[in-house]
Design a binder for this molecule. Structure first.
Ligand SMILES: [Zn+2]
Ligand SMILES: [Zn+2]
Ligand SMILES: [Zn+2]
Length: 362
């Protein structure tokens, strides 16, 4: 783990998330400001095959029913099945239970598992680019099928957990799909705030942030005196750049090693990503995960896709929302201060974290 020495470069400031201003981050890098305990590293299970694992080849009969496999014929490399313990299910067993101020929405939806790779312990950065492109193709195909299957579904969340603290209960590499009848609050906050930004400024805030990251330098002035407070090389937020995709370290990173991947040209809906552009996404993701592995190998993490909801406002939000993948390594345990305040505490200066990730030779 990084041990940034307490020196004049220490940062102690509250950074406001430009997209969701209600979400702010206390960046506090001085040693005394670290209230956090390190999260355990998840030991990597690098075995290629485990006889007792239900997700390994040869144990297909141990999983719930198959939804799809890639390739469709021959030995599968990616396999999608129903979830044995779904958090949302079909129409049965709905209570419709409400009283007074206590209201519920039926837990209608779908919860499915994607076995990312036929090899048990292969990490994302170890997968071939062509395999990763196929994996994102499976995500996209399933997302489209789910939206087309039921118009009550407003959102399809695709995410991956690695490590027990990140919620992975089965060590075999896998991701999950949850289709739901409501728009999750995190996505809703991004969608509505970016729409407000668009109404004011007539451009997508995500595109503006990409432009800003690609600009060479920004100077922060003291508003009262007009003196130069700090010069920031904003290009320093770029972790990886492909032809069609960019990986950026957010200025207000909630997690020490958080990185976001976005399409360079405006696109609201992940379903609009063209097949030929999957390869560049795969390359940028693989390289980003390799950088993270080199710096914080074994860190537990989540990644998830944020795309425009398929609700009544979908067309209205198409110019202002921009789909992206958020990668959130879990290197420290949130404390009562964070849970009680809603303020995230980041103990590593995001500029230095980006620099360390960029410095890795791949
Ligand atoms: Zn396995
Ligand atoms: Zn955009
Ligand atoms: Zn997001």
């Amino acid at each position: 783990m990084s041990e940034i020495q307490a020196d004049s470069s220490d940062v102690r400031e509250i950074r406001i998330n430009p997209i969701v201003p209600s979400e702010s981050v206390l960046v506090a890098t001085a040693r005394s400001m670290r209230p956090k305990k390190a999260e355990e590293l998840a030991p990597r299970d690098t075995r290629k095959h485990v006889d007792t694992c239900p997700f390994c080849r040869g144990n297909e009969h141990k999983t719930p029913p198959l939804i799809m496999a890639w390739p469709e014929t021959g030995d599968w490399q990616i396999r999608m099945v129903e979830n044995l313990y779904p958090v949302l299910g079909d129409d049965r067993a709905q209570s419709g239970f409400t009283f007074g101020l206590q209201q519920t929405i039926d837990g209608y939806g779908r919860h499915e598992v994607i076995i990312d790779h036929h090899e048990h312990g292969t990490a994302i950065h170890e997968m071939d680019e062509s395999h990763l492109a196929a994996l994102f193709g499976v995500y996209q195909t399933r997302m489209r099928q789910l939206f087309e299957s039921d118009e009550r579904l407003k959102y399809v969340l695709i995410f991956k957990n690695f490590g027990p603290a990140a919620g992975a209960s089965i060590p075999h590499t896998h991701s999950q799909v949850i289709a739901m009848p409501v728009v999750p609050v995190n996505v809703d906050a991004e969608v509505s705030n970016s729409a407000i930004h668009y109404a004011k400024h007539h451009h997508c805030i995500f595109c503006a942030l990409i432009d800003e990251a690609l600009t060479f330098e920004a100077t922060l002035y003291d508003r009262a005196s007009g003196a130069v407070r700090r010069k920031i090389n904003v290009g320093q937020y770029v972790v990886e750049r492909g032809e069609k995709f960019i990986a950026i370290k957010p200025f207000a990173s909630r997690y020490e090693w958080e990185v976001h991947i976005l399409p360079l040209t405006h696109q609201a809906d992940f379903l609009d990503l063209r097949g030929e552009d999957m390869a560049d996404l795969a390359r940028v993701l693989k390289r980003t995960m390799a950088r993270l592995d080199a710096v914080i190998g074994g860190a537990q993490y989540n990644f998830f896709l944020h795309s425009v909801p398929h609700d009544a406002q979908q067309d209205a939000h198409a110019p202002s929302y921009h789909w992206h993948l958020e990668i959130c390594p879990r290197t420290s345990i949130p404390t009562g201060f964070e849970l009680g305040s809603g303020l995230f505490v980041n103990t590593i200066n995001p500029e230095q974290a980006a620099e360390r990730l960029r410095a890795i030779t791949l």
